[in-house]
Design a binder for this molecule. Structure first.
Ligand SMILES: Cc1cc2nc3c(=O)[nH]c(=O)nc-3n(C[C@H](O)[C@H](O)[C@H](O)COP(=O)(O)OP(=O)(O)OC[C@H]3O[C@@H](n4cnc5c(N)ncnc54)[C@H](O)[C@@H]3O)c2cc1C
Length: 388
């Protein structure tokens, strides 16, 4: 494997995840991809071994680790040929509950999440008519006695068919009645098992990656008022907190992908003989792989800086966004370098390059697109005018 840090404090976690992969070779993920299936056995193994409860505090039965350790778990999944997209929601969605939920809510859900009995894999934010302009979302939750009644629509909501619980962002105060459009939004825990067929309809979206993602339709879905997380109207702020964790974990997945591409490309460049010598002897083949490795390592450092700040409860919006963007760019460049190194064989499913190539491409768009990161840095870090 491409060298990382000779003094890596996370080696025990890396080795444990790598050991798990002995039961889940490339063929396993290839087959799941071909069948457009869900890696049930793999996600179960992660949950059973406590890996998806890394961030749950020990008092609720979790491992009580930080974002840095959680990010290494996600990185290793992708670095070993898997796709953490099937399960990363369980890591970061729970953070919203952890940081903003009441003690009663934490007692109710966290032990089940820690033991793997309860899955909190989904978060419903994006809507078809408003997209990135989140504060304009149209889904409403109206208080009626001890319930909220939800109406509206979401799109691209992942893992809904493989979760028990979902975090939902909806408008509780009309946008024309709030001082700032980021106010008046609230977050709820939705029990997906009860909601499907009782006000919530799920329609899967066929897509380029093997990623279970859906349109959701809400028609008078009733949610108990006690499922509101934190204060009514402050949901957007709570979601933003969670997004920094999400972006940092996605950065780690891209870093895992990036190293995977570099490993595969470097190995193949040394083996593949054309014109009587390994193709890696040609600088035109070798240099893009070297460049890709440097890009991934640089992004790797920014990931750990974002983790350090997040774990210290310091503001980390800039670092989380930069880590996500640098890592997604690095993994995509590494994907292209690897694909080019493999030539025609890169297109054959049995080499797994085309699968990982599709998987890593997603992170230019989700969970936040590259343009939105660049405008965040321009406006919030460099003080330039708001562009939208
Ligand atoms: C496979 C997949 C899984 C997903 N899972 C989830 C999930 O679980 N939960 C969830 O809530 N969402 C999810 N999403 C949604 C994802 O977060 C959005 O697709 C993403 O934020 C972009 O929003 P959009 O698709 O509406 O694009 P749009 O907002 O329509 O933007 C389209 C393009 O225009 C650009 N653009 C828009 N406005 C500007 C501007 N002002 N300046 C410059 N460029 C601009 C964007 O960068 C983008 O490239 C998922 C998406 C995918 C594809």
């Amino acid at each position: 494997m491409a060298p990382v840090d000779s003094n890596d404090p996370y080696m025990p976690i890396r080795e444990a995840i790598r050991a798990l992969f002995k039961d889940f070779p490339d063929e396993y993920f290839r087959k799941v991809d071909e069948e457009r299936g869900y890696p049930v056995a793999f996600v179960d193994a992660l949950a059973r071994n406590g890996w998806l409860a890394a961030l749950v505090p020990e008092q609720y039965g979790g491992a009580g680790l930080g974002l840095a350790e959680a990010s290494v778990i996600m990185e290793e999944i992708n670095r070993n040929g898997g796709n953490a997209g099937a399960c990363h929601g369980q890591m970061y969605n729970m953070g919203t509950l952890l940081r903003h939920g009441s003690e009663e809510q934490k007692q109710r859900y966290l032990p089940g999440i820690a033991s793997g009995e309860l899955r909190l894999q989904s978060m419903a934010v994006t809507e078809p008519t408003t997209g990135t302009d989140t504060t304009q979302l149209k889904t409403t939750a109206v208080r009626k006695g001890d319930r909220y009644v939800v109406n509206g629509q979401k799109v691209w909501i992942s893992r809904v068919l493989h979760t028990d619980l979902m975090i939902l962002l909806a408008r509780t105060t009309p946008v024309n009645e709030v001082a700032k459009r980021s106010e008046g939004l609230s977050i709820f825990i939705v029990d997906v098992r009860e909601a499907i067929g009782n006000g919530m309809t799920v329609r899967p979206i066929a897509n380029m990656v093997n990623h279970e993602t859906n349109e959701l339709f809400f028609e008078n879905l009733e949610i108990p008022a006690e499922n509101l997380i934190g204060q009514e109207g402050r949901g957007f702020k709570y979601i933003l907190d969670g997004l920094n964790a999400e972006r940092t974990l996605i950065a780690a997945e891209c870093i895992g992908d990036g190293y995977w591409f570099v490993d595969r490309a470097a190995a193949y460049a040394g083996e593949r003989m054309v014109f009587g010598r390994p193709i890696g002897k040609n600088q035109g083949v070798q240099f893009p792989i070297s460049q890709a490795y440097m890009n991934v390592r640089a992004a790797d450092l920014m990931r750990f800086r974002a983790c350090e700040l997040f774990d210290a409860h310091q503001p980390c919006g800039a670092e989380a966004n930069m880590a996500k963007h640098l890592a997604a760019t690095a993994s995509w460049e590494a994907a292209n370098a690897c694909m080019q190194t493999f030539g025609g064989f890169g297109f054959a499913s049995e080499y797994d390059i085309e699968r990982k190539f599709r998987e890593t491409r997603l992170y230019q768009v989700a969970p936040i697109s590259t343009n939105l990161v660049l405008s965040y840095i321009g406006e919030h870090v460099l003080g330039m005018p708001r562009s939208f």
